[in-house]
Design a protein around this ligand. Structure first.
Ligand SMILES: Nc1ncnc2c1ncn2[C@@H]1O[C@H](COP(=O)(O)OP(=O)(O)OP(=O)(O)O)[C@@H](O)[C@H]1O
Ligand SMILES: [Mg+2]
Length: 316
């Protein structure tokens, strides 16, 4: 059974790291090239959670991450990070980012790229160098500290970007398919290392991926999104414990969860929808979904799904 919630249980007094409330994103609004990218997203992430966003290409995963990072502003709704506006969180450098493209500065060496966020935070030179050395060991690039980014392969550049994102041990990490360019063995190694680092530092992570096994291996919750305009159609808890390693990948529960996420993705794709606020999933695997009617109607409801379709069961 898929547990459709977009909020983890809240320990009393715990602040949210991310709180997205009713966020929609329309690009080029009112123009002929208008794109309804995200629709009515509600998502709360608590400290120490590892939340993966998964969904078909173009469903708005990167857009949602960019809203959290304040690289975009929502067309409607609000985004809070660490209890303040996403803009203030960006100014305060509350998070590290590693996106699809490495985004390295071509004129800075590998180690100087990694040291950049530390410079911005005012770290002394020796401390910066010690940390970049440590991070280069982590991503297995110690021999390339003085190279320039253009002297590295795409996968190596991506590992430098990950090292840079992790260097200042940010409390929140936003990662957009950061391992997509890596070979399988390096990818699995980086996944395990990422978990280790985040567990040690108590880091909260929002992670975009196309890989179901990667999402399950890493996450405490997997958020499943529908095709564009992206909505949250399912949230799957991943009870694999905090001590995950190579054995986890052989675990029966791991395979069961992979199947669960795959079915949730299939269900979200077969439903389809014609516009923001127009829910029309017909998902046999969804037992129950809490969603909202279009904002403009202002009438939230609870929707029960059966194998034959969808019915609104109760006004909320
Ligand atoms: N700056 C922009 N201007 C106009 N449209 C945009 C812009 N950024 C994204 N879009 C559109 O918004 C939709 C969602 O894009 P987004 O990049 O968030 O998808 P995604 O889920 O990350 O896809 P992928 O898995 O392929 O990376 C797409 O239709 C895309 O064309
Ligand atoms: Mg993307």
């Amino acid at each position: 059974m898929i547990d459709i919630r977009n909020t983890a249980p809240t320990p009393p007094g715990t602040a949210n790291v991310v709180a997205v409330d009713g966020a929609s994103m329309v690009f080029n609004e009112g123009r002929s090239n208008e794109v309804d990218a995200l629709c009515d997203i509600d998502l709360v992430i608590r400290p120490g959670e590892f939340v993966s966003l998964i969904g078909p290409s173009g469903c708005g995963k990167s857009t949602l991450l960019r809203l959290i990072a304040n690289l975009l502003s929502p067309s409607s709704g609000t985004v809070l990070v660490n209890g303040k506006s996403a803009h203030q969180a960006r100014v305060d450098q509350d998070y590290g980012m590693a996106f699809q493209q490495s985004g390295l500065f071509e004129w800075r060496s590998v180690e100087k790229n990694i040291e950049l966020p530390l410079e911005l935070k005012g770290w002394k030179k020796a401390a910066r160098r010690a940390r970049s050395t440590e991070m280069l060991e982590l991503v297995k690039l110690s021999d390339f500290a003085e190279h320039m980014p253009w002297q590295l392969s795409g996968g190596m550049q991506q590992r430098v970007a990950i090292a840079r994102a992790l260097a200042a041990h940010p409390a929140l990490l936003l990662m957009d398919e950061p391992f997509g360019a890596l070979d399988e063995m390096t990818r699995e190694h980086m996944q395990t290392e990422l978990l280790r680092i985040c567990a040690a530092a108590g880091t909260t992570v929002v992670f975009v991926t196309h890989s179901i096994p990667e999402a399950v291996y890493l996450s405490s919750r997997v958020v499943v999104m529908s095709p564009r305009p992206g909505r949250i159609t399912g949230v799957i808890d991943v009870p694999l414990g905090s001590d995950r390693g190579e054995d986890t990948r052989e675990d029966d529960t791991f395979y069961k969860l992979i199947t669960e996420v795959r079915e949730a993705l299939r269900a979200s794709e077969t439903g389809g929808s014609s516009g923001c606020g127009n829910s029309s999933w017909s998902a046999s695997t969804f037992s129950r979904i809490s969603c909202r009617r279009p904002r403009r109607s202002g009438v939230p409801c609870s929707i029960g799904l059966t194998t034959s379709g969808m019915r609104c069961t109760s006004p909320a």
